[in-house]
Design a protein around this ligand. Structure first.
Ligand code: SF4
Ligand code: SF4
Length: 396
């Protein structure tokens, strides 16, 4: 986004302060009391303006104000002028990175992604090896082979041990449905979402995007499926803009893909002993991509499921604390947000929380650890893919 566009958004702001009401980072203090105006969406807009006009100098406080935003888009929902506040925050972060004024911890993560093509500084050779250890026979022959369908796994699920549950169940589902698919394997590179959220250079994001797209095109893929909303958003919203091209293959979150199969009668789901189930809307899928219904419809298609909603759901869903790269810069603020999510989970009285995002799985798992139930029972966290696999009779 060019500076002119930021100015346009800034001009929309009438300083009414409505965006402050539900900003999760504004009251992220130990005492639960609101923080300084610079930690509010309106304050961040003013900081952006000041920086743009050269009236404000980048300080540590300014870095903190801009990098404790979860990019959750709650403020955008509240703003009567429909100002793209989080766009301004991301672009202001980009100006800080460009000028060498971004926080060191954030720059380190960006450098890691650029150098290793993944967020964990792991060897790319391990991209499939690690998560598929227990289902080796299923992925054998699936790497980099021409196919109509490609599953883009993403960094989190590929490298973060406890998240392997997502791709494992995903390939088991595809196998059970007898669907031919391919994986990019070690050729898959970070989608660039953490770079985009933290304001890395567009050129670096573009480089990753073009390499991913080129490899996918080579395989003649007609549809790409995702289990991570960050990857999905990058492909569907950011790649076309950054690459200046229309992507010709279809892009689907796995909930859309599986729901379509249920509607055509290709999937039979059986009742499972799940208890009370609540669904958490990931910020990047809900408020950023307006996808609220397919995951809910999918959960409700399991016979006899006891589905409940959070008090604050859909457009008002409470961020789990893992958004916007805040955990990279200020773990404390991220943890305080997880505590708020824990309260919402406890209030829902659900026995299972369904997530639809690997990062949210982490955030919600952190949150549930904080719930102390009177009967000592615990709240179970499951990814949507795991729940569907269970209802399809897929077990270890
Ligand atoms: S709600 Fe919109 S118009 Fe009002 S202060 Fe916030 S950004 Fe500005
Ligand atoms: S995107 Fe979320 S955390 Fe950031 S300013 Fe807006 S409401 Fe606050």
């Amino acid at each position: 986004m060019v500076l002119e566009k930021i100015k346009e958004i800034l001009e929309k702001c009438v300083r009414c302060g409505k965006c402050r009401a539900r900003c999760p980072s504004l009251d992220a203090s130990d005492e639960g009391t609101p923080r300084w105006e610079i930690y509010s969406p309106r304050g961040r807009m003013r900081l952006a303006e000041g920086l743009l006009e050269g009236k404000v100098t980048p300080t540590r406080k300014l870095q903190d104000a801009l990098y404790t935003c979860f990019v959750c888009n709650q403020c955008v929902e509240e703003c009567p002028s429909m100002a793209g506040i989080s766009d301004v925050i991301i672009e202001t972060r980009r100006q800080l990175v460009k000028g060498g004024n971004a926080p060191e911890d954030v720059v380190q993560v960006q450098d890691t992604i650029i150098e290793s093509s993944n967020i964990f500084d792991m060897e790319q050779e391990e991209r499939v090896e690690l998560w598929s250890m227990d289902v080796e026979e299923l992925v054998e022959g699936k790497i980099n082979k021409p196919a109509d369908l490609l599953y883009f796994v993403g960094c989190q699920a590929s490298f973060r041990g406890n998240l392997a549950r997502i791709p494992v169940r995903m390939v088991q589902i595809l196998e059970k449905l007898d669907i031919n698919y391919t994986l990019l394997g070690e050729q898959e590179e970070c989608c660039g979402d953490p770079l985009e959220l933290t304001g890395a250079s567009k050129e670096e994001i573009k480089a990753l995007a073009s390499r991913n797209i080129e490899k996918i095109k080579k395989l003649g893929v007609k549809e790409v499926i995702f289990t991570c909303p960050g990857c999905y958003r990058m492909f569907k919203q950011v790649y076309p803009e950054i690459l200046g091209m229309v992507l010709t293959f279809k892009m689907s979150m796995i909930s859309e893909f599986l729901l379509a199969k249920i509607k055509t009668g290709d999937i039979d789901l059986s009742s499972i002993p799940a208890g009370r189930v609540v669904y958490h809307d990931p910020c990047e899928l809900g408020r950023h991509m307006s996808m609220y219904d397919p995951p809910r419809e999918l959960i409700k298609s399991i016979p006899g499921i006891d589905f409940v909603e959070f008090k604050e759901n859909r457009e008002n869903s409470v961020c789990c604390g893992m958004g916007g790269g805040v955990a990279m810069h200020d773990r404390h603020v991220s943890n305080l947000q997880a505590r708020k999510k824990a309260h919402a989970i406890d209030e829902s009285e659900a026995e299972i929380v369904i997530t639809h995002c690997p990062a949210c799985f982490q955030g919600i798992s952190n949150a549930t650890m904080r719930i102390e139930k009177e009967d000592n029972s615990t709240v179970r966290v499951m990814d949507l893919v795991e729940l569907i696999a269970l209802a399809m009779g897929i077990k270890d």
